[in-house]
Ligand binder design. Sequence first.
Ligand code: SF4
Length: 214
Amino acid sequence: MISIFDVFGVILTVFLVIVLLLLLIAVLLIFYSAKTKKVVFPGFILFVLDFLYYPLKSLTEKIGFKKGYIDMISNDMRNFVNYKALSKIPFNERILLLPQCLRKIDCPATLNSLKGFECINCGKCGVGDLISFCNQNNISVFIIPGGSFVKKIIKLTRPKAIIGVGCHIELREGSLVLDYLKIPGRGISLDKDGCIETKVNYEKIKKALLIKED
Ligand code: SF4
């Protein structure tokens, strides 16, 4: 007679085989995409990366991949998947979210409880110039003091698309919020993360802000 434990064992085995198969296919697709520079089935890769996020993150870090590797691939895939939707959104309905750590340590900007830090373009960091660029293109910019501010800004501005800058962890958290709200987004990773005076490629941000339909 078949016991409940036998049934449970079979279900567990089938589940594990399916998970391993999904993982294997996703890994092959990632390697193929990286080698050919042509992304194939990004939605599927993203699904597997999200589904197995924690085990994959810990496994890749244990076997020597650099920290945040899975977040980086997830971010690239999301950017790829969202590209078309983002390109259709008029500039004045997009917003740019910048982390406050991009500012200089002696930044004179003051914190507005609704809109984040208010840059006065003192010239000490690249944020002021970037804000001028956004103003010329009718894109609203917010320098946010932390992840919890994202929802506040979304509520305040009701954007149709968001371009966000941050470390891998912030980008992942932000992307989950955007997925939930069905807002197309684009994440740009910091080149040097940390808590103060972080670095980013400003040209990359400008390019992302101006993405439009061909
Ligand atoms: S340019 Fe703006 S953000 Fe940068 S240090 Fe000056 S006031 Fe702060």
